[in-house]
Structures are given as structure tokens and as C-alpha cells.
Design a protein around this ligand. Sequence first.
Ligand code: F6R
Length: 255
Amino acid sequence: MKEGIKMKIVKVKDYDELCQWTAKQILQKVRQDKKLHLGLATGSTPEGVYQYLAEDHRKNKTSYRQVFTYNLDEYVGLSADHPNSYHYYMNQHLFQKIDIPESHTHIPNGLAKDLSAECEQYEALIDQINGVDLQILGIGTNGHIGFNEPGTLFGSHTQVVELAPSTRKDNQRFFDSLDDVPTHAITMGIATILKSKQIFLLATGEHKANIIKRLITENVSQDLPASALKLHRNVTIVADHAALSQFDKDEVFGF
Ligand code: F6R
């Protein structure tokens, strides 16, 4: 094990296995601890996880009536019913498909008149529960977690950030054009994320292989926001073969 790395790595075959594994862990927690405080991410990576949770709810009626959710981020300027807002994404992919009360779901309001007050309130909400019980994260190709772009201070709390040009380009696929991609977002800070009791960072696909190799092999640095996770005691990277393809097989199992 490389010195300083405390992260566990779960290696899965492919995207479907990644989603199944993650959904199973979430379901176990939901069933054990009805009042679970669950931190959620959006983007392509967790879509299949939400599909499994929705399918389980349909078949097994696992209940979320006592679960509370906290999303990592939201674009500034997009309303909850804008098809590209993270509010809309969560409603479509998960909330409308399970029995969670709307009042239990929390997502920063990107349309708040006073954005800094919105950030303070969101941070206070997470402080009230002493951090979420389990936080699901994806990772940007530049190493961002939430929308904490390279250079973000590890002590950062929920705040308004400017999106890196590479992030806007990566997310352009969801919009009609690059110009339509918002320039700013509200995001939990790195310190906010580190308050979580447990964290799963999910990575799938060859386009994530370079950043996963960097995350595992490089030292902790603000240039690589996800490396802050090495300062946390309970982080699991869940990655498929493609996301680990820059390692030799033995190297990966060695961590
Ligand atoms: C989304 C989020 C982002 C994404 C990351 C990866 O709520 O906070 O950090 O997790 O940009 O996105 P995908 O999964 O689309 O590759």
C-alpha cells in the first residue's frame, strides 16, 4: 500500500456491476437505519445506481419514508424544473420512483436571491446532522469532487464556484451548446464532503482511467481535489476494469 493512502478499492468488472454493488450497499443501509442521511451525486455515473434502487423499490417496496438526502451540487441559474438542473435529474432518476417525502430531499437552490445565505443554510443543514452517513461521489476528469475544481481549498464549505472550462466542456453533452452550460454552481465544499461518515467514490469507463491512476498514485494536493479523500478514514473507490485500465492487474489488487 502506498504510504498515506487509506482508501479501499473495490474492483468491479463493468458499469453494471458497479451499479449493482453500490445499490446493494445503499439498500443494506436503508434497511438497517431507517433514518439514514444519504449524500447523493448526479452526472452519468450514478444513473444506473438509481435505476437499481428504483427497481428494488418497485419489486421489494424498500421504503425511504424516513430517509433524508443531500445533493452535492446544483447549477446557478437553473430552476428545479429545468431539464438540465440537478433537481430535475434527481426527480427523474430517483425521487419520483421511490417513496421519499419531498421535504426530506435537499438540493442547493441555484435560483436563490441571496446565494451566499443559501450556501450558509446548506452547510448548517449538514452540520446539524454531523455530516451525512454515506456520501456517493463521482469524479471529474480533472479530479473534481462535487464542483470543487483543482485549486479549491480543502477547508472549503458550501459555496458558489466558477466551473472550470474542462468541466463545462465535459458537461456540454447534456446541453444544446457550450454556451448553455452554466458558468457557476453551488457545491458542498471539500470540508463539507469530508464530514461524511462514509464515502463511496464511483468511477467507470476509460475516460476516468487517467484521473483514477493519478488519484491512487499521487500525493495529497489541492491540484487534485479528490486526493483530499485520502485524509478521510472511510473512503471506498468503486471502479470498473476500464477505470483501472492504467494499472497492471497485480498493481491494482495490491492496494
Ligand atoms: C455531480 C458532481 C460531479 C460529477 C462528476 C462526474 O453531482 O458532483 O462531481 O460526479 O463531474 O460526472 P460524470 O458521472 O457525469 O462523469
